[in-house]
Design a protein around this ligand. Structure first.
Ligand code: DX5
Ligand code: ZN
Length: 219
């Protein structure tokens, strides 16, 4: 199966955002990964609606929005109108996760759930058939450029089993600290989508780095 690469715009040069978006458009990347942080759910504020609106005007690929915000239900329709194709909410931020997932789908988007490093994958058992994408956080959310947490491999394997046991059609995304050194092991553990921020944008040649990740993930 085709393994996907999703560069994270958080690590882009915001003074040259259009240039970096065009780079992704022309690269072998599959999705745009967009991190929205509210300074409450996570100890950082990234960017909000006007920036996403601008990204959407230039992005020619799937827009994968990762909400690190409290009370995400308030903004589901807003993100649908801003062009999100996939909307991922945090398990830890949703009191009524099942309801939230239905609302995301009703708004015409694919529904994702992100898990913090401490959150057990089996907590998703009763909603796994309602989830299009599980985003396994391999760092504590809030910042790019952090060190990959090794326990992620175990979680991905457990999640792969949970998905198979329930005949679910759910993709597994890994977010945080992804590089060419761990990409193959993550895919072997069961990952479908690899998010990469600093590894792509801090590289001397981001286009080649994306191509390299794509090749490693699909070996
Ligand atoms: C972390 C974000 C990630 C981040 C990944 O809170 O959700 O998407 O941008 O950045 P790197 O690849 O630099 O860890
Ligand atoms: Zn993210």
């Amino acid at each position: 199966m085709n393994k996907l690469i999703a560069p994270s715009i958080l690590a882009a040069d915001f003074a040259n955002l259009q240039r970096d978006i065009e780079m992704i458009n022309e690269s072998q990347a599959d999705w745009f990964h967009i991190d929205i942080m509210d300074g409450v759910f996570v100890p950082n504020i990234s960017f909000g609606m006007p920036v996403l609106e601008a990204i959407n005007r230039h992005a020619g690929k799937v827009i994968d929005v990762h909400l690190m915000i409290v009370d995400p239900d308030r903004y589901i329709d807003t993100f649908a109108n801003l062009g999100a194709d996939i909307l991922t909410v945090h398990y830890e931020a949703c009191t009524h996760l099942h309801r939230t997932l239905q609302a995301i789908k009703a708004a015409g988007m694919r529904a994702g759930v992100a898990l913090n490093p401490h959150t057990n994958v089996n907590l998703l058992e009763d909603v796994i058939n309602d989830i299009d994408l599980v985003c396994v956080m391999s760092v504590n959310p809030g910042f790019g450029g952090q060190k990959f947490i090794e326990n992620t491999y175990k979680k991905v394997k457990q999640l792969r089993e949970l998905i198979a046991d329930n005949n679910a059609n759910t993709q597994i995304e890994i977010d945080g600290g992804v590089t060419s050194s761990n990409a193959k092991a993550l895919v072997d553990a069961g990952a479908d989508v690899l998010v990469a921020g600093s590894f792509v944008f801090k590289a001397t040649n981001p286009t080649e780095t994306i191509q390299n990740l794509k090749e490693i993930a699909n070996q």
